[in-house]
Design a protein around this ligand. Structure first.
Ligand code: ARG
Length: 457
């Protein structure tokens, strides 16, 4: 018989068992469910709500089940519907009568809220560890490439020279913000809902603070209806995961481009590429493409849960069982994506010579030519026009600015002198950009130092 079967005269249809049972996916919450129950039973015993001896037996029984879960010995029963009733059924099978007291003052509604919160906290911490690894990798690549000049590409057009270090540090900022978002998601999950009951609290004098303390929660939920109906903390996780995947996807898109025969800025390690079954020469950047593709799944998970939640009147409704697969899928996709991305990035070889060569084509020093004129007293708008005409001239002649002679330059404006050739070199263009946040190597060094500091906070 079902644990809730008392008022029923008929068994559920077998289609029903299959349709509403969640054990196939919520068995992932086994550890959280059992740990939560151990805390609940401990508190029930301490407060005298159930006899101390029964509480002890329950705790011992649950510890045995937990050990068996961890060693993979348990076969879950679809019949018992979900992880909560599976554990309770198993407990009573093992320890007898005392097991029937575990659910005193509790509902599956607050129980599932607790389990999911515990899992979400874990997922946030795991993600943070992985982000730290990625952030460290970015700092290391930046440190090694303070002077690796490359073109910057707004509109996918060569614009001004920057460095690979500066480019990596842009991603550093993005993933550092992601870490903050996961910390916020952790805080949102870090509130203990047991005691909310089914919806209206309970008549037993539960010590909610004690349960929170036993389970390492910072606070308890303040409203029983909200306690069982809230999944905002999962939406916070999914939203942080979506933004983080979006960042990974942008990075992947760049690596895919840089890995093309046209760019050749990067060589991906063989360990993270695949070949073609027909074209012998091919080496495809699959990891980057897959992460870019999987980003859509995570957005889908966020949309799915937002949509599930939008029509649910207070309090718990069974729709909310749909929270778990979306959350687990996003968590798995993110964790796998972050892990392999960092591994791949660590083994990428950046072709410094090709990058530097790429920086010098495409008039990336044109702004600096205008700035040179401004430094010698010409108004910026006039300088812009003169350099524009110079660029048009060079395009006609198929030359770069630095291919012109001083006389040719002077024909456009008398302000140019011999030092212009030095001033318009790629290195000088980068080194002159030395305000906070700009790509001059000493400025990027400061950004790296700040970054290392922020990372250890
Ligand atoms: N399996 C359910 C879920 O995941 C547990 C809560 C069920 N509560 C209930 N009143 N049917 O949401």
């Amino acid at each position: 018989m079902k644990l809730w079967g008392g008022r029923f005269t008929k068994a559920t249809d077998h289609l029903m068992d299959d349709f509403h049972s969640s054990i196939s996916f919520d068995q992932r919450l086994a550890e959280q469910d059992i740990t939560g129950s151990i805390a609940h039973a401990t508190m029930l015993g301490e407060t005298g709500i159930i006899p101390k001896a029964d509480a002890d037996r329950i705790v011992e029984g649950l510890q045995g089940i937990l050990a068996d879960v961890q060693s993979g010995k348990i076969e879950w029963m679809v019949d018992a519907e979900d992880i909560h009733m599976n554990v309770e059924t198993l407990l009573t099978q093992r320890i007898g009568e005392a097991g029937k007291r575990l659910h005193t003052g509790r509902s599956r509604n607050d129980q599932v809220a607790l389990d999911v919160r515990m899992y979400a906290k874990l997922a946030c911490r795991e993600t943070e560890t992985m982000l730290n690894e990625l952030l460290t990798t970015l700092l290391d690549i930046a440190q090694d490439n303070l002077h690796t000049i490359m073109p910057g590409y707004p509109h996918m057009q060569k614009a001004q020279p920057i460095t690979l270090a500066h480019h990596m540090m842009a991603y550093f900022q993005m993933f550092l913000r992601d870490r903050k978002r996961f910390r916020n998601a952790y805080d949102a999950a870090d509130v203990m809902p047991l005691g909310s009951g089914a919806l209206a609290g309970t008549t037993y004098p539960l010590n909610r603070e004690r349960v929170a303390e036993l389970l390492g929660f910072s606070a308890i939920t303040e409203n029983s209806l909200d306690g069982v109906s809230d999944r905002d903390f999962l939406l916070d996780f999914l939203s942080a995961a979506s933004t983080c995947m979006m960042h990974l996807s942008r990075f992947c898109e760049e690596l895919i481009l840089w890995n093309t025969n046209e760019f050749r800025f990067v060589e991906m390690d063989d360990a993270y590429a695949t070949g073609s079954s027909i074209m012998p020469q091919k080496k495809n950047p699959d990891v980057a493409e897959l992460i870019r593709g999987k980003t859509g799944r995570v957005y889908g998970d966020l949309m799915a849960l937002l949509t599930v939640m939008k029509g649910i009147p207070l309090a718990y409704n069974k729709d909310m069982q749909e929270d778990k697969e979306a959350f687990f899928d996003a968590r798995d996709t993110l964790v796998k994506g972050l892990t392999i991305f960092t591994a791949m990035l660590k083994t990428c070889t950046f072709r410094k010579d090709v990058m530097e060569k790429g920086a010098s084509g495409g008039f990336t020093n044109a702004t600096d030519a205008a700035d040179y004129m401004v430094k010698h007293g010409v108004a910026f708008r006039d300088a812009h026009a003169v350099v524009g005409r110079l660029v048009a001239h060079c395009l006609n002649e198929n030359k770069a600015l630095l291919d012109l002679t001083l006389d040719e330059l002077k024909a456009f404006h008398p302000v140019f002198e011999q030092d212009v050739f030095e001033e318009l070199s790629m290195l000088s263009c980068v080194e002159k950009r030395r305000i906070p946040g700009a790509p001059a190597p000493d400025m990027v060094q400061i950004a790296i130092d700040h970054g290392r500091q922020a990372l250890s906070d």
